[in-house]
Write a protein that binds this ligand. Structure first.
Ligand code: HMG
Ligand code: MG
Length: 300
């Protein structure tokens, strides 16, 4: 069991974080947040989603945000896309990378996308066909992989079938989402061991929400299993408006602190992240969910 020497962090705060805020955040603040994140050494930021504004009004300014941000040369700016309509809008805005999403839970699929899992795969197929025709790389998400607020337990075998299907369809990587943050290290290990019997671990990323405080422990286990791509959100923002009980993502600062302690390279500047945490939590008028940012602020 060896840890990867290098890890890529995919910062999802501007999308997964801001989609879950009650207030509608001004476009200029979103742009400022992303511009600041771009200067930390992060190599991938999920900046918004082209979902229906009826469903997620918080991100209705997706095109303005995407077009307004300063694109650094070494940073990938990806967006979430639910269907062909979202893809067409993203393409028109000039997007160069997308992420699609589905779930092994029929009930969550209905709640989150108003369609069955099979229908969601049909939607994804249309999106992938169009994306490939435009040379746009596609990342895939699977939600509720360690438990669903509506269906309860999810079998690892059901996750593997879908992950394999998304890879076959053309996704370059699958991010496994513990959407409601219920998973424990034992379950995480079992899921990753099961999945690595079918797919190369290099194609797997992990995406933990921290509802039960298990995210860092789960990430540690994922690193032991060879995972080298981790999703996280600045200040631990986040949640899914259609997953009852979903709270924030694991905070990027906390993940980075642990990776630094393990001598795993990321190229990211922790001090800059802590400043950005303060910028966005001050704006939102809330306390950070990052233990590291909290500890550092008390240390000053
Ligand atoms: P629907 O209502 O069934 O869509 O929603 P529809 O096809 O029946 O269309 C209804 C209306 O929506 C029409 O407008 C369409 O034009 C419009 P109207 O004629 O009534 O004015 N519409 C759109 N408008 C803009 N962009 C679009 C779009 N699509 C339809 N793309 C739909 C189906 C999938 C669109 C909807 O359910 C939806 O947007 N769901 C997304 C919900 C969401 O964003 N959830 C959070 C993201 S997933 C997540 O957070 C999990 C993740 O972080 C990983 C993890 O943690 O597990 C990724
Ligand atoms: Mg999420």
């Amino acid at each position: 069991m060896t840890f990867p020497s290098k890890v890529k962090i995919v910062e999802v705060g501007p999308r997964d974080g801001l989609q879950n805020e009650k207030m509608i955040i001004p476009t200029s603040i979103k742009i400022e947040l992303i511009n600041q994140l771009s200067k930390t050494g992060l190599s991938q930021i999920e900046v918004t989603s082209f979902v229906s504004p009826h469903w997620v009004p918080q991100l209705a300014d997706h095109s303005e945000v995407y077009q307004g941000i300063i694109k650094e040369k070494n940073v990938i700016y990806s967006v979430l896309v639910p269907n062909k309509q979202g893809f067409d809008n993203a393409l028109a805005a000039g997007v160069k990378e997308i992420a699609v999403f589905t779930t092994p839970s029929e009930k969550f699929s209905e709640k989150n996308m108003n369609c069955s899992v099979t229908e969601s795969l049909e939607n994804i197929n249309h999106v992938i066909t169009a994306a490939m025709a435009n040379n746009i790389p596609i990342r895939g998400y699977l939600s509720c992989v360690l438990g669903c607020p509506y269906a309860g337990d999810i079998k690892p075998s059901a996750v593997v079938v879908l992950a394999d299907q998304l890879i076959q369809m053309g996704c370059y990587e699958i991010s496994l989402g513990d959407t409601i943050g219920v998973g424990t290290p034992k379950q995480t290990k079992l899921l990753l061991q099961t999945i690595s019997q079918k797919l190369p671990i290099e194609k797997i990323a992990v995406h933990f929400h921290d509802t039960y405080g298990q995210a860092l422990a789960n990430i540690y286990v994922a690193l032991e299993q060879g995972v080298s791509v981790i999703d996280s959100a600045i200040a631990g923002l986040g949640g899914c408006p259609y997953a009852k009980g979903a709270s924030g993502n694991v905070a990027t600062e906390d993940v980075l602190y642990m990776l630094n302690g393990l001598n795993i390279a990321t190229g990211i500047d922790l001090k800059k992240l802590i400043q950005i945490d303060k910028f966005i939590t001050d704006y939102l008028g809330k306390n950070t969910h990052s233990k590291v940012a909290l500890a550092e602020s008390k240390a000053y």
